[in-house]
Design a protein around this ligand. Structure first.
Ligand code: SF4
Length: 178
């Protein structure tokens, strides 16, 4: 196990006092920089910065950051959810580290797909079947990992098969961290 013990702190970001969103960070008892290339290889959509020993990732609209001795998340709905998410992220690092012999480490810095790149692959009919007012709103939320591509049911028609395949290839995977 890479991470044994750690301290968790939950707070409201100072840039947004009084907001109903929470941030949390775990201060780790062991460095995790050696695990970052393995996380980079398995968390599609992660952005790895080797020079800074940092990897950022978005999941369900939460902003997640892995540093050498720290894991942080922000934009979480409540305190308990923030603590649970930190625990899940610690488990994710430990599970990934335990599987490192099966993973080819990735030292590249990848870019997240932009909302416009996603929008270009949607049907662009603004049909609202996904629950959003427009396709571009859906693209914005998909880029932030706040919705799943499956919500756009028209995209699963045979006429959009190529666009769907390309969209899946650029989208962010969201493995379980619970
Ligand atoms: S369901 Fe798909 S096509 Fe319809 S508005 Fe949403 S993103 Fe656009």
């Amino acid at each position: 196990m890479l991470i044994g013990t750690y301290d968790v702190e939950v707070f409201t970001p100072p840039c947004n006092p009084g907001a109903e969103r929470f941030a949390a960070r775990a201060r780790l008892n062991a460095p995790i920089s050696d695990a970052l290339p393995f996380l980079n290889a398995t968390l599609r959509g992660a952005v790895y910065n080797p020079a800074a020993n940092a990897l950022t990732w978005k999941k369900a609209g939460h902003n997640i950051a892995f540093h050498d001795y720290e894991i942080a998340t922000s934009n979480v709905e409540d305190r308990e959810a923030a603590i649970q998410e930190i625990r899940g992220l610690v488990d994710l690092v430990n599970r990934t580290w335990e599987r490192r012999d099966e993973i080819t480490p990735d030292l590249e810095t990848h870019q997240r797909p932009t909302p416009m790149a996603i929008y270009k692959l949607l049907p662009k009919t603004n049909c609202k079947a996904c629950g959003e007012a427009t396709c571009f709103t859906f693209a914005l939320r998909l880029a932030a990992s706040q919705v799943q591509v499956e919500a756009c049911t028209p995209l699963f028609g045979p006429e959009h098969a190529e666009d769907l395949e390309e969209l899946r290839s650029i989208l962010i995977d969201a493995p379980s961290i619970g």
